[in-house]
Write a protein that binds this ligand. Structure first.
Ligand SMILES: *Cc1c(COP(=O)(O)O)cnc(C)c1O
Length: 248
């Protein structure tokens, strides 16, 4: 049995409430500027490096969606949060090794970082045995084409790592539901240029997959620009929870 986390102290709760109010108003302002409805945007609180108590406190403040990027940390945290009787939607947003698929499908509601047909097949196989409903999958797109940073390549026909073939592998898997695309603005790129490019890729993708409309883009530093270019999910860590002491 996993113990539920101790409640956060009142000063931490106040800090989280203030961060949440700031981020919510940034999202509302960005929607107003972009002429979009606020209900089109889901904010994912990226809680990596922060304890389960923070997740429980955020849920108490109305946060419904939580993101993590490492399986070991996420699986332990999800168990602690569940022990407190709290069930947010868990989004796995980090690079994922195939041998972690079995673990991730047990707690994750969505995986945003699928960038190969092999990984899709591993998640599908794991999903079939561990879940009673399909796992939502967003295909991660590489905006700059740098294979080291992860992401399927939009213009490549590579049967394992081209965007088209990866999306087909997800769409054809009974244990997965193709939900949309995810991207991170590459280091050294203006977010404006990165998200404009992503919007082009997303438009082509939706022509082939009209029911996969999710677009996960934008973080603490660039969420307004991502919303302007069509993001439906923004992944917000430091603006909500504070600066992390480690670079991830
Ligand atoms: C850490 C992380 C985020 C959140 O970053 P912040 O700048 O702290 O908002 C978003 N997306 C991914 C993939 C991450 O790893």
């Amino acid at each position: 049995m996993t113990d539920s986390p101790a409640p956060v102290r009142p000063d931490r709760r106040a800090e989280l409430a203030a961060g949440l109010a700031r981020v919510r108003s940034r999202i509302a302002d960005a929607c107003a500027v972009a002429g979009r409805d606020r209900s089109e945007i889901t904010m994912i609180a990226v809680t990596k490096t922060y304890p389960a108590g923070d997740v429980v406190a955020l849920a108490g403040l109305g946060v419904t969606d939580v993101g993590e990027n490492r399986d070991q940390e996420a699986s332990a945290k999800a168990a602690e949060v569940a022990a407190a009787g709290v069930r947010p939607r868990w989004h796995f947003i980090g690079q994922l090794q195939r041998n972690k698929a079995r673990s991730v499908v047990r707690y994750a509601d969505a995986v945003h970082s699928v960038d190969s047909a092999r990984l899709a097949r591993a998640l599908d196989g794991a999903s079939a045995t561990a879940r009673d409903r399909p796992l939502d999958v967003l295909v991660q797109v590489s905006i700059d084409g740098d294979p080291a940073r992860g992401g399927a390549l939009p213009d490549a026909a590579d049967p394992d790592a081209g965007l088209g073939p990866v999306a087909e592998a997800v769409a054809g898997a009974a244990g997965l539901r193709l939900a949309g695309l995810m991207a991170v603005a590459p280091l050294g790129w203006e977010p404006e240029r990165a998200f404009a490019r992503l919007a082009e890729v997303a438009a082509g993708f939706r022509a082939d997959h009209p029911h996969a409309g999710a677009l996960s883009a934008g973080m603490s530093g660039d969420l307004e620009i991502a919303i302007r270019y069509g993001a439906t999910h923004v992944r917000v860590g430091s603006a909500l929870l504070g600066m992390r002491s480690t670079l991830r």
